[in-house]
Design a protein. Structure first.
Length: 240
């Protein structure tokens, strides 16, 4: 479904990704972990072409993507992304936020987009917030709207970049609950998170990135109980 081959990415003289190889199968949930600055979020942004790689290859659903020739807006529609900060349009209602991209990018009719949006709001537990503006929502509610907005594009894979890091602790569980549901429904997901309990419970595979390279890739039980790398053992002790 999603493959990175020998990905290199630098910002000026700083090399952030140093030859990353990663394959994510359909319906697989891969959680990326590592200390801040290790390259996790940069890799995610490369998958969505918010950052352009210096070299290597990104393959989405069997097709190698050429960032200079391919329609990146169309590709981004297939690779949904949820950020730390919700990026909702403050002047639009919840429903208007969700229907904007399907109408503008996919050219859906307003009525069709609204029917789908209302179903998604029900999925994320916010049916009663359709006509509310973002400034009236809690952080957890905003993030759930952001997830619904990404799902409205009917993506083939969902990327989550530390989706709970900006939330108060008591609001984290409602967002993780929606993500658990998506995983159970078979959504292909790549998640950058510090929520180790979520990683244990939901991930099919946990991938450790350190200094721009993948150093460990294993199922949760193996990752936490019998990691192969000393650096991974240190990280697990650090996060508890």
């Amino acid at each position: 479904m999603l493959t990175a081959k020998d990905i290199h990415k630098s910002f000026g003289e700083l090399e952030v990704l140093k030859g990353v190889d990663l394959h994510v199968s359909p319906q697989e949930v891969v959680v990326l972990v590592g200390v801040s600055g290790s390259g996790k979020s940069t890799l995610l942004r490369c998958f969505n072409f918010l950052e352009m790689i210096n070299s290597g290859e990104i393959i989405i659903d069997g097709k190698s993507v050429n960032s200079k020739k391919d329609n990146l807006s169309k590709i981004r529609a297939e690779v949904g992304m949820v950020f730390q900060h919700f990026n909702l349009f403050p002047h639009k209602t919840v429903l208007e936020n969700i229907i904007e991209a399907p109408m503008m990018v996919k050219k859906k009719k307003k009525e069709e987009a609204m029917i789908h949006a209302k179903k998604l709001l029900e999925k994320v537990g916010l049916s009663d917030k359709a006509d509310v503006y973002p400034n009236k929502l809690s952080g957890g509610q905003k993030q759930r709207v952001a997830i619904a907005r990404s799902l409205a594009m009917e993506p083939k894979v969902m990327l989550f970049d530390e989706p709970t890091s900006a939330l108060d602790p008591e609001l984290v569980s409602e967002v993780l609950g929606v993500m658990r549901q998506l995983a159970q429904e078979g959504m292909t997901m790549v998640v950058v998170t510090h929520e180790m309990r979520f990683a244990r419970e939901v991930a099919d595979r946990i991938v450790m990135i350190d200094e721009g390279q993948i150093i460990e890739s294993a199922d949760p039980k193996t990752f936490f109980e019998n990691p192969s790398q000393e650096r991974t053992k240190q990280f697990i002790q650090l996060v508890g």
